[in-house]
Structure formats: structure tokens, C-alpha cells
Design a protein around this ligand. Structure first.
Ligand SMILES: *Cc1c(COP(=O)(O)O)cnc(C)c1O
Length: 359
């Protein structure tokens, strides 16, 4: 079963067809209960099993063990921009941030409202078209916050800073796109809707011993420790999004896990960037090729007046979602885990036909 439309949407993004089918079936009859997943208690043993398996699969994929906790919370990754400093930044401490784009800056904005926040590196000077490197990390900060994949500007960290400081990472748009050792972090969060499920749930994984040190009173719903104590069910969790995350994680594991998906994602990215670089009518926007994202390939047209012609051609080829972010313009092909290589092939063929016609 394949999607008829080649879905390059940046988020919410493409999900595996079999996941969508299983999810729709669970809306009618979940676990052969003759009840919908949407109308049973989150405290039922059937849903408890969903929650337990989801949390366990996240730990397995991150390669983290005892001492780690996994939560599925509402509020999106944007809620984590506030919850992270509330739970990790001491009232007399400082948090360090790297500014690599729109999402990083939103995280910085929230942290500044909570406590002392220092931006230790930024790529603002070139409109975030590269990743800052070689910056010095202060050793006395409570944590360093980085964004692994900058969804809007198309840059992706290929490795993470080696530091004694607790590392916090917003992995919303490249979580589980390749093997990453979770143990180098203290906390990882990801809104599900880019690469691990539908909108409505955010995965937060953390070392439990990083918590409880701030000296600040935290509202219950914003306190990780409260959610941990409640088994990620302090209040009614977003049951359907969590279930679809579980189906997506099972799909990933059954097909060969992170090693497999990394290979697939590398192939897709090589094909996409290969064409962007080869085609005389297109140019990539990220300055250093090493910083290019395997998830979101951003590019522009060398003759922008031809954009309407190109738009007509890809729409006719059943391609969807490649217009760039409204802040950036141009084009962005998002190639999340569930996008098949054949969809990239289809886009590349349109780009080639476009060049033949107009170059
Ligand atoms: C989309 C995105 C967000 C925002 O996610 P919400 O769930 O809409 O709050 C944050 N960070 C990154 C890297 C993103 O791509």
C-alpha cells in the first residue's frame, strides 16, 4: 500500500500507510474490545499496555536504561520550551542556548522569562544558513540547549558537543531518523508530528537525577516529577496520538530499526541534494554541505520568475508540500522516515523535466 500523493509536508508530516490503516481500525474496534480506542479509559489495562510499550520502545531506540524516564505530554514541543527551564534551571543558575533558527529562538525566549539565559553561539548573521561551530561552552551553566534539526532552515547537527554540562536537545524534526546515543544527553524532547506520530503528543525523555534541583515551585502540570510519578498519566494523556506513535515506533522496529532508517534517509538525501546541486535551475540554501539536513532539504530557484511554472509541474506529478516556510520562501522537501525513496525519485524527475524545458 503506497500513498498516491508524494507527501513532502514539513509537519505534521507523512506517516506510514500501514500505521494509518491500523490507527483507523483502532478508532472502531481497539484490541478486539468492540470499543473504540477513543472511548475507553486511559486507566484500562489495554491502554496502560500502550503507554508502557511506547515508553519502553523510546528507551530502547535511544539506548538508555535505568535512571531514564519517558513521558508523553500535551502542549507540543513549544510547551517544552518553557518546561525545560522551569525544571532544570536553578533560580540562581544560568542556562546556555545555541541559536540556530526560529525554534531555537522560541526556546530562548521562554527560558529568558524563567531565569538567567545566555546565548553562547548564533548563526543569525547568515539567516541561520549554517550551524555555529567551535564555540566555547561555559562549565558553570545548568544545561546547554541545542536543536538537532532546524526544520525551517534545513540544517542538522551531525554530532553533538562533547561537554561536562548537561545537554538538552530539541529533536522534534529528526528524532529516530538515525541511531543517536541518548546517553550523551540529560533531556531530549520531540513534538511527535514531524517524525514519530501525529500532532498532539510530545515525547520527553530525561535522566531522573537531573530533576528536583531548581529551588523553584513548579505548577503540577508543568512539573516533570509529577508526570513521572503519575506514569505519564497524571491527567488524561493524549491517548490517540500516543497510540499512533506506538504504531510508528513498531513499524520502525519491525523494518530494521534505526540502522535501517538511517540508510534509507541517507539514500533519499543523497538523491535529493544530488539533483539540487546538478540542476542549473536550483540551488541549495545551506552554506556548508556538511550542515545540510537529511530531513528538510531547502532550495531556491536560480530564476525565481519561473516558480509558477515549476509549481504547476510538481502539482501535476501528485507532489505535495514542497513550498518553503513562509519566513524563508523557496522550496523545502521534507523527507521524514515514512517518505519512500520513490517519492524523492518522482520529485527529482520533475526537476529534471523542468530543466529540460526551461534551462
Ligand atoms: C515543529 C517544531 C517545533 C514546534 O513544535 P510544536 O509541537 O508545534 O510546538 C519545535 N521545534 C522544532 C525543531 C520543530 O521542528
Amino acid at each position: 500500500m503506497t500513498n498516491k500523493v508524494h507527501n513532502f509536508a514539513a509537519g505534521p508530516g507523512i506517516l506510514p500507510a500501514e500505521v494509518l490503516k491500523q490507527a483507523s481500525e483502532a478508532c472502531i474496534n481497539f484490541d478486539n474490545l468492540n470499543l473504540s480506542l477513543l472511548e475507553i479509559s486511559h486507566r484500562s489495562k489495554n491502554f496502560e499496555a500502550v503507554m508502557d510499550e511506547s515508553r519502553a520502545l523510546v528507551k530502547e531506540l535511544l539506548g538508555v536504561g535505568d535512571g531514564w524516564q519517558v513521558l508523553f505530554l500535551g502542549g507540543g514541543a513549544s510547551m517544552q520550551f518553557a518546561m525545560v527551564p522551569m525544571n532544570l534551571l536553578r533560580t540562581d543558575g544560568t542556562a546556555a542556548y545555541v541559536s540556530t533558527g526560529v525554534w531555537a529562538n522560541k526556546a530562548i525566549k521562554e527560558a529568558k522569562m524563567i531565569g538567567n539565559t545566555k546565548v553562547i553561539a548564533t548563526s543569525e548573521d547568515k539567516n541561520y544558513a549554517y550551524l555555529p561551530k567551535g564555540y566555547e561552552i561555559p562549565t558553570d551553566v545548568d544545561y546547554l540547549h541545542v536543536t538537532s534539526n532546524n526544520t525551517i532552515f534545513g540544517t542538522q547537527m551531525k554530532s553533538f558537543p562533547k561537554t561536562s554540562v548537561p545537554l538538552v536537545c530539541d529533536m522534534s524534526s529528526d528524532i529516530f531518523s538515525k541511531p543517536v546515543d541518548g546517553n550523551q544527553f540529560s533531556l531530549i524532547y520531540a513534538g511527535a508530528q514531524k517524525n514519530m506520530g501525529p500532532a498532539g503528543s510530545t515525547m520527553v525523555a530525561m535522566r531522573e537525577d537531573a530533576l528536583g534541583k531548581t529551588g523553584r515551585k513548579i505548577l503540577s502540570m508543568l512539573d516533570y516529577q509529577v508526570h513521572i510519578k503519575g506514569g505519564s498519566m497524571y491527567n488524561t494523556p493524549p491517548v490517540f496520538p500516543i497510540y499512533v506513535c506506538l504504531l510508528t515506533l513498531r513499524w520502525l522496529k519491525q523494518n530494521g530499526g534505526l540502522q535501517w532508517i538511517e540508510k534509507v534517509n541517507n539514500e533519499k538525501a543523497a538523491m535529493m541534494y544530488g539533483e539540487i546541486d546538478r540542476n542549473s535551475l536550483f540551488a541549495g540554501t545551506v552554506i556548508a554541505k556538511a550542515d545540510r539536513s537529511n530531513m528538510n532539504a531547502c532550495f531556491v530557484m536560480t530564476k525565481p520568475e519561473l516558480e509558477p511554472e515549476f509549481d504547476k509541474m510538481w502539482k501535476e506529478a501528485n507532489i505535495s508540500g514542497i513550498r518553503g516556510h513562509r519566513d524563508v520562501g523557496g522550496y523545502r522537501a521534507s523527507m521524514y522516515n515514512a517518505l519512500p525513496l520513490s517519492s524523492v525519485q518522482a520529485l527529482v524527475e520533475v526537476m529534471q523535466a523542468f530543466e529540460k524545458k526551461f534551462a
